[in-house]
Design a protein around this ligand. Structure first.
Ligand SMILES: [Zn+2]
Length: 178
């Protein structure tokens, strides 16, 4: 192959890579918008607005949930736990291999641990959480999603629609003080 054809082949591969990346980020935003909608429902019910959605490798939504700590009087009623339970019930398996978890706020230690136990392939979160985040954001308290001692690690993408997620949280807490 001549140098020109080799170069053309590389350019074609690069542009294909970029297209795949653009598709992935469009998908990420689409599902994060759904998670934001669920978070909005939580806020309307007087709960801290956090929403989560689980999508299979084939792009099918199999789980969703929002924070329900107050209404359920349950400290474990986080959005991610509800979404994981629903997805496992829907798929008829505890192993959510190939699935992606979308959540508006960086998951806490409990939810990051549950995502590892469920063998979720990929985590996409919105805002980072300096108070409880355990998924390796710069402000997080740690990273359970990529712990070298655990037998499963996730691919993690943070900061998707982060401004919207954090505006939603700030708005909620400002409303409580107002
Ligand atoms: Zn949590």
């Amino acid at each position: 192959m001549g140098a020109f054809r080799a170069r053309a082949a590389i350019l074609a591969l690069e542009s294909r890579g970029l297209t795949l990346e653009a598709d992935l980020s469009a998908q990420d935003e689409r599902w994060m918008r759904e998670a934001l909608t669920l978070a909005g429902q939580a806020a309307a019910a007087g709960e801290v607005p956090v929403g989560a959605v689980i999508v299979t490798a084939g792009g099918e939504r199999v789980g969703g949930g929002q924070n329900r700590r107050e209404v359920d009087r349950d400290p474990t009623a986080h959005a991610e736990m509800a979404a994981i339970r629903q997805a496992a019930a829907q798929l008829g398996a505890w192993r959510l291999a190939g699935c992606t978890l979308y959540v508006t706020l960086e998951p806490c230690a409990m939810c990051a641990g549950a995502a590892v136990l469920a063998r979720i392939r990929r985590l996409v979160y919105g805002a980072s959480d300096p108070k409880g985040g355990f998924c390796g954001s710069p402000v997080s308290l740690g990273d359970l999603t990529r712990h070298p001692g655990l037998n499963h690690r996730l691919e993690v993408t943070g900061g998707v629609l982060a401004e919207e997620a954090s505006a939603q949280l700030k708005g909620f807490f400002a409303g409580l003080r107002g």
